[in-house]
Structure formats: structure tokens, C-alpha cells
Design a protein around this ligand. Sequence first.
Ligand code: TXE
Length: 492
Amino acid sequence: MTSTPPRGLYYAGDWHETAAARQIVCPADGSPVAAVAECTAEDAASAVTAARHAFDEGTWSTTPERGRGELLLRVADLLERDTALYAKAESLDTGKRLVESRYDLADIVGCFRYYGGIAGTDAGRVVDTGRTDAISRIVHAPVGVCALITPWNYPLLQVAWKVAPALLAGNTFVLKPSELTPGTAVLLMDTLAEAGLPAGVGNLVTGTGPEVGVVLTTDPRVDLVSFTGGLETGKSIMAAAAPTVKRVALELGGINPNVVFADADREAAVDMALTAVFLHSGQVCSAGARLLVQDSIAEAFVDELVARAQQIRMGGPFDEAAETGPLISAAHRDKVHAYVEAAVAEGAVLRCGGEIPTDPALAEGYFYPPTVLDGCQAAMGCVQQESFGPVLTVETFADEAEAVRLANGTPFGLAGAVWTADAGRAQRVAGALRLGTVWINDYHPYVPQAEWGGFGQSGNGRELGPGGLAEYRETKHIWHNIAPAPQRWFSS
Ligand code: TXE
């Protein structure tokens, strides 16, 4: 029997073998999923060479934008055709429920369709020069070679948010997915090739940040880095990109406020407060991990929420009774548990969860139960830093001004919500919150047409929408003198 070598290094239109491989395991039970190429710094440099060559050669950047959009639409159709394959791969790598991976795939298809659909709708603009002898145009140009570095919580979704606009704008890219969840990125290279993407335009390196990620953020042949991941990594990427003045876009998460006023629809607000924080076991950059609830309803609201949180069923991707899955790794689970212990040590009241489960059915996986920390104060570490796990902190407020002040009281600003029956208050608070996304009487919905990104230390730049495409475009001014004549600025 011949075995195929582990895949993960793809450049210039071909798969390449690597000296080493990494075994991916399913976080739900630690079972082996697949061996994936463990690339070196040299492998990453080879991928950059291919991307640079393809960009400079120009086939893709000179393909009319509508043609590039048609390719994205073909990718969307192929992803839809292969949903079962992709969803299974995503669930095995992340441990998330199969049904959630299927939802993610629908969103991924939607992202490719959105960018495919807007192709050719914005060709720049003509500027009034105030002269009859000159024409001035603003046009879009691709930035060049893009390094796309992605995390493990929504592996292919975060890839899609970068790859689709990067390709539409005419760039070439080197993708580096998280070393924990590379499976669907490997599959995507096959899909892009099947859709007809020219060799060298889309390239992949699998491996770690310190080994291959660093090459992508420092190589002078890379023009742009788009990164989604942790705050500390984001800071180091920004610094690494500085000496070669790369364009940098960062999506770094945060600890997001979910503000509930006493007049809110109680049933909906409790229900959605659970979804806000416990969806995907809290491993969501926009998770509503900070509940701010008006003091007159706080006790009853939190009692109800805790009672429901205790009922949430954990299980693996193929357990149909499960409502949420494991954390991504033992190391991440230990980090979340240490966060909870530190919160309790600084005075938070543990209302539920807070212990690594002892249920034998969950013993092989990295599960952590929905956890509620009541009685938190703005200055506590647990309110100022994200756990990125299924942990809710609870604070109370007296009035609108205090709610806004508390909600804005962290260095982050990705997303959050306000719950109230008062439309005027809803708009006032939404306007005052320093967040990239504000939901009113809802939590988590997003559409590819709307920009996504953060204020403050949640990052810079935007993904999705026209703004997400703008990240991958240079703006160029073309001035055309149609009646050239000497100007005689210098008389000699
Ligand atoms: O992410 P990293 P980690 C947060 C969450 C989590 C924390 C750390 O709080 O606990 O980040 O998670 C690559 N140069 N989020 O350590 O390290 C890495 O290989 C270039 C929020 O898993 O940020 C992976 O591909 N690349 C978040 C990617 O960066 C480097 C999602 C993300 O990994 C690199 C995930 C380097 N020096 C975690 N070091 C969100 N915003 O949604 C690492 N990488």
C-alpha cells in the first residue's frame, strides 16, 4: 500500500513534500485526525517566492475584476458541493459540533459569493480637475503579495474573510493557518485549483508562528499582512512588519460587553446572553463575555441565566445531544481554568462551572463547563482580559451613563450589545459604545456586506464589506494631460 505524504506545503501550483509532519488531534477525544506537513522557514520562503513571481508576472492582477469575481463564484459553488467533506474536516480539527461546521460552511460560501458578486461594481472615480485639458482618475490596484495568518476557532471562515477579498483585488497570497487546525486550508487549495486559479496566486504553508509565520511577516517581498489571533501575537506581528513598512490588518478579539437594561425583553435577553458567551464554548472573538445588567433586575436575571447555563450539554462533534464542544487544546483549557481561579481569588463569586469535568465520557477531550462569575468589578483582571473560553463575568450598573462608562472601560472594542425596549436609549447607547459592531436586542449576527473589526486594542483595519476589500487595494491617482504644452515655470 502506498501512503500519500502529509500535505500542507503548496506553492507554484503544486504540493511539495516536507521533512517533518505534525499529527493533528481532535480536541473532543484526543484521537488522531491527520498528519500535516510541518513547514520550515525555507519552505515559507519558497512559497513567498512563488507568490512574488506570480504577482510580478501579472496574469492575475491584469485579469479583469469581473473575471476574478467569476472565479470566486465558482469557488463558492465548489465549497457548497463539498460541504460534507469540509464540515467533517473542520469538526475533526476543532472538535466543534458538525451542525456548527455546516453553518460555518454556509457563511464561507456566502463570503465568496458576496465578493464574487460585487466584482466590477467599483472601478474608482473620475475627479474634477477644474481644467479642460486634463483628466484625473482614481483607480484601484492590488497591494501585491499578501501574508494571511489565521487562528483555530473558525479556521476556514477566517481564511475566507481574507482570501476572497485578497483575490478579488488581484493580489497573490501565502496562507498560514493555525498549526492546530490546518485541515480545511489544505482542502481549499484543491478547490481553488479546481476553480481555475492560476499557479502561484494562492499558496499555503502549514506550521508554527515562530518558524513560518515570522518569515511571512518579515520577508521584504511580502507587501501586506492580515492577521487574526491573539493580542500579544498581533503586537509582535505589527513590530515585525514595521522594518519593511508592510500594510498590516489585525483582528485581535477582546472582552465584549453585553448591556442589559431593566426594560429589556427578559426571556430574549437571558436566552441570547447564553448564546452570546457560550456559543462555541466562548472561543469567539466577539463573545459577549461581560454581562452588564441593570441592578434592579440583576439578581433575578443572573439566577435565571445560571440555571440555564448548568443545563448546557457538552459533547463531541458527532454527539447529536451535545450543545457545545470542547476547547481547542489542553493548554487552552488550562489557561481558561487558571483565569477562573484568578478571578475567584480576586473576589468574583463562582455561580456555576469553574471545574474541569469529571464525566468519563468527556475525560479524553478538553472540555470546560459554562461558567458564571458574579459580583465582578471593572478593575478586576477577569473583566479586563479575555478568557476565550465559556466564562461570563457579571457587573451591575445603575443608569445609562454608568452602563456606557463601564462598557467602554477596557482597552478593547470589537463588538457588544445593548438590550432595551426604549428605542431612543438603544440608539444613544449604540452611538456611545466604542465598538466595531453593536447589536441592539440581538447578539452575534453578521452579514458579509457589513464591515467587521475593532476599535482600540481589538485591532485595526476591517474585514468583510467594501471596507474589507479596501484593505487589499492600493489607491492610485492617474492624471492625464490631454493637451500637453510648456508651462514655463522656469523662464531660462
Ligand atoms: O493564538 P495566536 P493562540 C486569542 C485568545 C487566545 C489567545 C492565544 O485569547 O487565548 O489569542 O491564542 C500564528 N508570527 N485568540 O496562541 O498565537 C499562529 O501560528 C506570525 C483570539 O492560539 O495568536 C496562528 O496561525 N504568526 C482570536 C495565528 O498566529 C504567528 C482567535 C494565531 O495564533 C506568530 C484565536 C508569529 N510570531 C485566539 N505566533 C480571535 N481574534 O478571534 C503565532 N502565529
